[in-house]
Design a protein around this ligand. Structure first.
Ligand SMILES: Cc1cc2nc3c(=O)[nH]c(=O)nc-3n(C[C@H](O)[C@H](O)[C@H](O)COP(=O)(O)OP(=O)(O)OC[C@H]3O[C@@H](n4cnc5c(N)ncnc54)[C@H](O)[C@@H]3O)c2cc1C
Length: 653
């Protein structure tokens, strides 16, 4: 009694590793509530558990991660208690049955807008009016999951999406359901297994005009949910996408030339920004028959792909080929054409564009906010600027020792680029732990293998310089305190742990934010308190008729696949707007009976352990001195072998 939940979970009897990302804990058996991880330090006592909507009980404890669907959990526990209800109290007898019916239909994608309110009112009546402990507690799973995980319910009801990719009735396959753009992954993988590479690339392009780029840098959430991963390793879905895309571009001379999509619509559409969000929107609008013009401030397209992500992860020829493909399908890009106070978004509307999509990205580097951060001292860089200078071929001298502040993509890419520019020692200082770093395992492992030193739980407190030249960083060590509302443990300084780290170059990479300065001060576009544009989450419409916005410009820095998804959502939404259709934008494919359009590989009939094919890479010693691409493509033989590992869980049995 009184022991914190976290001690029981992590420390007793071997426990779960502390760095494991958890989502919720359910105590007390089927009548217990689901407690989110930001309350994980709660002491196990009758009162404290009751206060957060759970109970003490002999039913054990269930620890859940993000592969658990909270709606399905509530349904599952209620199915037990409903069975146990003796039926003497009417609220319990009827209420549990009604709640179970509603939860079941939500998990089947048949939820209705009013379901959450109905569930809450029935649950409260059952709790308050039942005479025995079963009736008084059995609504706990329902009440607690709605209380703490309401967004999961809303995703099921409104978007027909199960974020954990568990509710079978909603999904064609977990990988496709998890992919933000909903690529028919099993189908393209099966095409590769069959040697039909052109069909594979066509399938990918139905949802993603950047297969070669995503085949290299996508953080591949699809692989986290691949059913093959429950048996041995997930299918290497990202690398297979790259294989199909590289095959296409290598053979493009022998293949039919991509033709412009036929223009079947008269209304013209303008897009601000030729990053992945803007170009995806443009591609899908062109596919729907609209004449599309993209206005790009820079002389190159691709946004962050072209001016930030280093060549060793994403060669510029790969980006150019994909942009060329998009323009050959009929998208017009006007380079060196910034939208600004002289030629505004409103002017675009006045110049005959019936709809405008603003996809200007997150271009502003955030300051660290510590003393000594004086922008023009020699040796102090902001990550985006540093990476852009390298990308456009400017001479950058980093000296012998480089200190990088931050833990995301920009920090990791900057540190690896600094190593390639000749630094002997590159230190990353990050105030949280590895667990909180928003980068893929592969990216992290590659950086460490190349010799980047990671300093976790360290926060710089001052940038030190002499005669306007950086000499190092004053730092303090941190420890992780209790989790915040989002479950992230807050770093707090450890008294007396200050130290000085020498550095010739300091690269600040603590985040980016949208830059709204190109909008006139009197623009009527509504802003949020975070200085982003306010948009409707479903339609991406702003408060001004005909103007839409999305991607990093609205969400802040994210991932490329989410940018592409925003572009596709905007295209569907603008098409509806232009046709006067006010229905919701639906972007997920619902389950329909699927049969094998493509040959089903033998592997799915008789399963045997077969680890996934390793992705070929240049060895660390060779790659840390070169900007050459470090990850290589699968050979045809390896790609086919890897594709045959797919279990085709999309097919009806
Ligand atoms: C260093 C780095 C590494 C990354 N690594 C990865 C990774 O490994 N995996 C991953 O999934 N994601 C990664 N990302 C994130 C990914 O690149 C972004 O999420 C994505 O580029 C966002 O696309 P976007 O089109 O919204 O914005 P952007 O890519 O920023 O494009 C916006 C475009 O709008 C243009 N623009 C801005 N203002 C105007 C204006 N006023 N008029 C006209 N044009 C304008 C810009 O010039 C730019 O071309 C990384 C990002 C960075 C910075």
């Amino acid at each position: 009694m009184g022991t914190p939940l976290s001690t029981i979970i992590f420390d007793i009897g071997g426990g779960i590793p502390r760095d494991k990302q958890l989502k919720a804990v359910q105590t007390g058996g089927p009548s217990g509530g689901c407690i989110p991880t930001h309350l994980i330090d709660l002491p196990v006592e009758y009162d404290s558990l009751a206060q957060v909507g759970s109970i003490m009980g002999s039913g054990g404890m269930v620890v859940m991660d993000d592969t658990t669907c909270m709606v399905e959990v509530a349904r599952y526990f209620l199915s037990f208690t409903q069975d146990e209800s003796c039926g003497k109290c009417t609220p319990c007898r009827l209420g549990t049955r009604q709640m179970l019916e509603i939860l079941t239909r939500i998990t089947q994608g048949k939820g209705r807008d009013e379901d959450l309110d109905t569930l809450l009112s029935i649950a409260r009546v059952v709790k308050e009016c039942s005479l025995c402990g079963l009736g008084q507690t059995c609504p706990n799973p329902v009440l607690s999951t709605i209380n703490y995980f309401r967004d999961e319910y809303e995703a099921h009801i409104k978007d027909k999406k199960c974020p954990a990719a568990v509710c079978d009735a909603l999904m064609i396959s977990p990988c496709q359901h998890t992919c933000p753009v909903g690529i028919n992954i099993p189908k393209y993988v099966a095409h590769i297994a069959d040697g039909q590479y052109e069909e594979a690339i066509d399938t990918i392009r139905e949802r993603n005009p950047f297969p070669a780029i995503c085949g290299r840098i996508c953080h591949h959430p699809c692989e986290m949910r691949c059913r093959r991963g429950e048996l041995d390793d997930p299918v290497s879905i990202r690398a297979l996408k790259r294989f199909a895309a590289d095959w296409y571009f290598e053979h493009s001379a022998e293949l039919p030339d991509p033709q412009p999509f036929p223009q079947t619509q008269r209304q013209r559409v303008a897009i601000v920004g030729a990053g992945p969000t803007g170009l995806s929107c443009a591609y899908f609008m062109a596919q729907m028959g609209y004449p599309v013009t993209v206005f790009e401030a820079l002389p190159v397209g691709g946004g962050m792909l072209s001016v930030a992500i280093p060549q060793f992860r994403l060669p510029k020829e790969v980006i150019q080929r994909e942009i060329d493909y998009i323009t050959r399908r009929g998208v017009e890009i006007k380079y060196n054409s910034p939208i600004n106070v002289n030629f505004t978004v409103d002017d675009l509307r006045k110049n005959g564009f019936s709809a405008v999509f603003v996809a200007a990205g997150a271009q502003r580097s955030q300051r660290v906010g510590i003393p000594g951060e004086v922008e023009d001292i020699e040796g102090l860089y902001y990550g985006l600027r540093f990476l852009r200078d390298i990308r456009i071929g400017r001479q950058v001298d980093v000296g012998r020792r480089v200190a990088v502040i931050g833990g995301g993509n920009v920090a990791l890419d900057s540190s690896r680029a600094a190593l390639r520019l000749g630094a002997d020692e590159v230190q990353i200082y990050y105030r949280r732990s590895r667990n909180e770093m928003p980068v893929t395992k592969a990216e992290y492992d590659e950086a460490v293998a190349e010799g980047i030193d990671m300093n976790f739980l360290v926060s710089p407190t001052r940038i030190v310089s002499e005669n306007w030249k950086t000499t190092g960083l004053q730092c303090i060590r941190m420890r992780l305190a209790e989790p915040d509302g989002k479950g992230r443990r807050r770093p707090v300084p450890v008294d007396g742990s200050e130290f000085f780290a020498e550095a010739d170059t300091v690269i600040a990479a603590v985040g980016q934010a949208p830059d709204l300065s190109f909008l006139p001060a009197n623009s009527a576009l509504e802003r949020t308190r975070w200085e982003t544009l306010a948009v409707n989450n479903n339609t991406l419409a702003t408060n001004i008729d005909g103007i839409f916005a999305g991607g990093d410009f609205v969400t802040g820095p994210g991932m490329i696949i989410d940018a592409i998804a925003a572009g596709r959502r905007a295209a569907i939404s603008m098409d509806k707007y232009l046709k006067g259709d006010t229905s919701r934008v639906e972007i997920y494919d619902l389950k329909k009976p699927t049969t094998a359009e493509v040959h089903v590989p033998d592997a799915q009939e008789t399963w045997e352990a077969q680890p996934r094919q390793e992705i070929p890479r240049l060895p660390p010693q060779q790659r840390k001195h070169t900007f050459e691409e470090i990850e290589l493509s699968f050979s045809e033989e390896r790609a086919c072998q890897e594709a045959k590992r797919c279990l085709r869980c999309d097919l009806e049995t």
